[in-house]
Design a protein around this ligand. Structure first.
Ligand code: XMP
Length: 514
């Protein structure tokens, strides 16, 4: 099916994925491309609209990212944001200059409600600004439709040509009316028909998978995380037991997690597929014996995963397809989509393709953002606890235990973590905190319990709020909740006599505690 498309042209700003997500929240499909994209490619895609992102440069300097004037003459609506707004004005004959001071943070915005961008938007509201340069003179044919005390052109438009420029960032939540503005652009200016819906995505994917796989054999490495679980269900619905899922229990999962995965996907579960659980706990513990250096632990766990999977794959024999749970941010971040690429090597299944005898890779979730993967999961009837699972690193508890990993330490951190998660959920905080877990420090100290001296471990509790997992702040958990968790962990988990709350932000810390 041909779907309507809005494209985001990435000029190196930090919020570019957010822009695409906001557009998709309007049920309009959106993809991110580098600003280096060829105009012929844009014409061939025939998008309903184009959004130019922010970026760190000054558009009037020689080497800054730019685009030819032709972009604004295609007859396709264009919305420039921040750098994108300045660039549009610069290229079309307006003036952009350096301001005396950088405007950063919340500003008071006043809009002209006659502009279609601002229809149904409050006349006065707060917007989020982050810029040094400003538009001092609009290009011919443009009219100013919003201002702030420090910014004479907070937004301008040329309605005849369907060109719009916004100096602030409507995509970030600090801009109170931002979502409405973006929705006004895609729905009222671009006139998109909102044909991006998860139920039709599921139907189309099932059909496409059937057509591709025919009677072939398909192999999937199931981790129990959101992406691989949703991929497994989608494939199971499409091709039933032509699909084999291999689930490696490395003994570094959260409490009961292995059994939970088996309950859903195993022989007594809800789906038609071949499920193979490999209980490799002892193998992993043996390999990790005496190893204390975190990077080395990661390496061993990753390599062992490949070995175990390779052995299983050999038993199964040649397959036609290997499934990978790649999602859209992976595509963008590995440099294939946008410009502001953060190169991440893709951990969990990294390296697998070399070790499996297969003909082709299938990536059914490649076009989806995480929240869309979750919607697909719900659409497919996966239980909430799987769909709303927190991120969990591939090396698992192996990197939440400081120092040597042993079966005893795994049990301690599993039990403490389960109590912590239970209490957070009871306090109703589970949907608001980005990520939270318990880690086992390698520190033992003296305590007293029932008149006896103890010499036990300290558990560290971690909880962070984050938008993109690149930066994070410690969550402010109410003291009584922390107190309850402390008291339960010390009473119920043997080997622990202290509980600490980690208040470090990222940077300088990381989210994981390894
Ligand atoms: P850090 O600790 O780097 O974590 O601040 C950022 C986010 O990434 C997750 N993380 C991983 N996820 N494999 C993964 O799939 C890994 O090896 C890995 N290491 C960290 C972490 O849980 C957090 O959400």
């Amino acid at each position: 099916m041909k779907r309507e498309l809005v494209i985001v042209m990435d000029f190196g700003g930090q919020y570019n994925q957010l822009i695409a997500r906001r557009v998709r929240e309007c049920n309009v499909y959106c993809e991110i491309y580098s600003y280096k994209i060829d105009i012929e490619k844009i014409k061939a895609m025939n998008p309903k609209g184009i959004i130019l992102t922010g970026g760190p440069n000054s558009c009037y300097l020689e080497d800054s990212p730019t685009y030819s004037k032709e972009l604004f003459e295609l007859g396709i609506p264009v919305l420039g944001l921040c750098y994108g707004a300045q660039l549009m004005q610069h290229v079309l004959g307006g003036k952009v200059e350096r301001a005396n001071v950088r405007e950063y943070g919340k500003s008071h915005l006043t809009v002209d409600n006659n502009s279609v961008l601002f229809s149904n938007v409050k006349k006065e509201s707060i917007c989020w600004m982050s810029h040094f340069d400003y538009i001092s003179k609009t290009a011919p044919g443009f009219e100013v439709v919003a201002t702030t005390p420090d910014c004479p052109v907070a937004a301008c438009e040329n309605t005849e040509k369907n060109l719009y420029a916004i100096q602030f960032h409507p995509e970030v939540l600090h801009t109170e009316e931002g979502t409405k503005m973006l929705s006004n652009f895609v729905l009222n200016v671009c006139q998109c028909s909102q044909d991006w819906k998860m139920d039709s995505f599921v139907e189309e994917q099932i059909k496409a998978i059937r057509e591709k796989v025919k009677d072939g054999k398909v192999l999937l490495a199931l981790s129990g995380g959101v992406d691989s679980s949703v991929a497994a269900v989608l494939l199971s619905k499409a091709i039933g037991n032509q699909l084999t899922c291999v689930f490696v229990d490395h003994g570094l999962l959260r409490k009961n997690e292995g059994d939970e995965v088996e309950e859903v996907f195993g022989p007594n579960g809800n789906y038609e597929l071949n499920f193979i659980r490999v209980n490799a706990q002892d193998r992993y513990y043996a390999k990790l014996k005496g190893v204390t250096e975190p990077e080395q632990k990661r390496k061993i766990i990753g390599e062992e995963f490949i070995r175990v999977f390779e052995e299983e794959a050999k038993k199964i024999g040649a397959v036609d397809f290997l499934v990978q749970g790649t999602i859209y941010p992976d595509v963008v971040e590995s440099g294939l989509g946008g410009e502001s690429a953060v190169i991440k090597s893709h951990h969990n299944v990294g390296g697998l393709p070399d070790y499996v005898d297969f003909k082709e890779i299938i990536e059914p979730l490649r076009d989806l953002f995480k929240d869309e993967v979750r919607k697909v999961g719900l659409e497919l009837g996966l239980p909430d606890y799987l769909v709303f699972r927190q991120p969990f690193p591939g090396p698992g508890l192996g990197i939440r235990i400081i120092g040597e990993v042993t079966a005893e330490k795994v049990k301690i951190v599993q039990d403490a973590d389960a109590i912590y998660r239970e209490e957070i959920a009871k306090a109703g905080l589970d949907k608001t905190i980005g990520q939270y877990f318990a880690a086992l420090t390698n520190m033992r100290s003296v305590g007293v319990m029932g008149d006896e001296r103890t010499y036990d471990y300290a558990i560290a509790l971690r909880a962070v709020n984050t938008v993109d997992f690149m930066t994070a702040e410690a969550a402010q958990i109410p003291y009584d909740v922390l107190n309850k968790v402390m008291s339960r962990i010390i009473n119920e988990v043997r080997g622990v006599n202290r509980v600490m709350y980690d208040i470090t932000s990222k940077p300088p810390g990381t989210i994981e505690f390894e």
